[in-house]
Design a protein around this ligand. Structure first.
Ligand code: F6P
Length: 280
């Protein structure tokens, strides 16, 4: 899997440069040289596809930006689902964004996941790669340096509640409020990568994106967002559920399927489970 890890690291350096330009292509108009500007997330998708195309062990890729999966090498064994630039609408307000990768063996699906990774583009560029352990790496110039292993505490202090409040179930609102009543602090930027990165690095807490009256299956995508982070949280000693079930045990039917999701340390996840079990 080292070749995949290297390709992700190379693509992250190129994405960092792609973000750090004046015109991020929202206009989709011609630039000063007369070329049509690509939207930033499409550009990032192309960068990753290009880096993965030279990795023989990759069988198939699926991107949040592509409607269908794409065969790369029929003799490869890894299936990679990625979101090239999650939270891309935050770039114009200069908040952190990220790329997310789920690495599956032989086929897509939570049960086939063998590793996952994300890169956060903030004031610094950092990468978390989870295989047997969840490891943090920092980009220094053109080099990636291992920083530390990430382990969650049993209980955290941060609460990141996603979704539109007016569409929350009343019991969900009560649960979110109960964490605040216990002293939890609100931390929500609207970017899944930095929001979850913060919880992972500050020792714990809860990130929730529930099913709501307008989106009963939630917003976040199983293959590109939910499974990769579930794998990382579980590897770091935390939990990841859809309200009831461990996210790493649920199925998917279509590559763009979504799921309600809750990621956190053990204490918060136990509370979510209890609340959701009694409101089935
Ligand atoms: O899937 C895209 C995304 O931007 C995630 O990164 C983020 O967690 C979520 O959507 C935010 O959604 P909302 O704006 O509904 O809180």
């Amino acid at each position: 899997m080292t070749d995949i890890f290297d390709a992700i690291q190379k693509s992250a350096i190129r994405i960092k440069d792609a973000i750090d330009v004046k015109d991020i292509g929202y206009s989709q108009q011609e630039n000063s040289s007369g070329e049509t500007q690509l939207q930033l997330d499409i550009k990032c998708d192309m960068i990753i596809e290009e880096e993965f195309s030279s990795v023989a062990s990759i069988h198939t890729i699926a991107s949040e930006e592509k409607e269908k999966e794409m065969l790369m090498n029929k003799d490869g064994k890894y299936f990679i689902a990625y979101d090239p630039l999650d939270g891309s609408s935050l770039v114009d307000v200069n908040l952190s964004v990220g790329s997310i990768f789920g690495i599956y063996e032989n086929a897509f699906g939570a049960k086939n996941m063998v590793a996952s990774c994300y890169v956060v583009f903030g004031p610094r560029v950092e990468m978390v790669f989870a295989h047997n352990k969840a490891k943090l790496h920092l980009l220094q110039g053109e080099n990636w340096e291992f920083t530390k292993e990430i382990r969650l505490n049993e209980k955290g202090k941060l609460n990141a509640p996603g979704g539109t409040q007016q569409n929350w179930e009343p019991y969900h609102k009560e649960m979110v409020d109960s964490f605040f009543a216990e002293g939890y602090r609100l931390r929500y930027s609207g970017g899944m990568v930095p929001d979850l990165h913060q919880i992972l690095l500050k020792g714990g807490g809860l990130f929730s994106y529930p099913g709501t009256s307008d989106k009963p299956e939630g917003k976040l995508r199983k293959l590109f967002e939910v499974f990769p982070f579930a794998f990382i949280f579980k590897t770091a000693g935390g939990g990841a559920i859809d309200g009831q079930n461990d996210l790493m045990t649920i199925d998917y039917a279509h590559i763009h399927d979504t799921s309600p999701c809750f990621f956190g340390s053990k204490y918060e996840i136990a509370r979510v489970k209890e609340v959701y079990a009694s409101n089935k």
